[in-house]
Design a protein around this ligand. Structure first.
Ligand SMILES: *[C@@H]1O[C@H](CO)[C@@H](O)[C@H](O)[C@H]1NC(C)=O
Length: 218
């Protein structure tokens, strides 16, 4: 039931996006929301800078907050923030002050413009055809894929230094490097737009695209 709610909610997001885009010439510049007083301090939104030897950009750490406290306050990544609340392994980790995490949150429009939904896997369509996500088994497959997508964007290390190979919660390995002053996640070469939050148990990075989320062979 819960999963169906996610499906329909995300479907609504896609639909409203598709309807709004043509009639709103400057959707990004209009409704700037006031800063939540409980979120990280203003001024933390800095572009990645090549003079940092540690992580892309250096917003000050707000050590009174956890990632779970700040993730939902960032409007431009609120689709992914919703995913992290729906996957219990991820939500537990982001609330845990004893475990550091780097959240790699794709922008909303990166998620809504994916060629397939986060819970779809071409291998499932090959194996089961168009009914791949019907019925109880289909729902289980979709849940597993959705969890893998979300966990692939949660890195179990913070601070995370350039070139340092780390694991995500889905068991994949990744690292990042600067190129022309821009932080890029590898493999996949996904640009990090900026680091939006730095809190007691880690950091939130905003990605211009979603990471590749094909089935992990390990
Ligand atoms: C966790 O993050 C904090 C804040 O950046 C840092 O001081 C601490 O060393 C990190 N712990 C580990 C085990 O990486």
């Amino acid at each position: 039931m819960k999963f169906l709610a996610i499906l329909s909610c995300s479907f609504l997001v896609v639909t409203s996006c598709a309807l709004e885009t043509p009639v709103k010439p400057h959707p990004q510049n209009q409704n700037q929301e006031p800063m939540d007083p409980n979120s990280a301090a203003p001024g933390i939104v800095l572009p990645p800078s090549s003079d940092s030897s540690q992580t892309p950009s250096s917003p000050p750490t707000n050590s009174d907050l956890r990632i779970s406290d700040v993730l939902g306050t960032q409007k431009q990544i609120n689709i992914f923030a919703g995913y992290t609340r729906d996957i219990s392994t991820v939500s537990a980790r982001l609330e845990d002050s004893s475990l550091n995490t780097t959240v790699l949150a794709p922008l909303n429009n990166a998620i809504t413009s994916l060629p397939r939904k986060p819970w779809e896997d071409p291998e499932d369509y090959s194996a089961y055809g168009s009914v791949a996500y019907d019925g109880k088994d289909g729902e289980d497959r979709a849940s597993r894929n959705f969890r893998r997508f979300t966990e692939a964007h949660v890195v179990t290390t913070s601070p995370w230094r350039e070139s340092e190979k780390v694991q995500n919660m889905a068991g994949g390995e990744l690292w990042w490097e600067y190129r022309n002053g821009v932080a890029r996640l590898m493999p996949g070469d996904v640009e990090v737009e900026r680091v939006v939050s730095r809190v007691a148990n880690g950091e939130v990075w905003v990605l211009k695209n979603a990471l590749n989320y094909v089935r992990n062979s390990h």
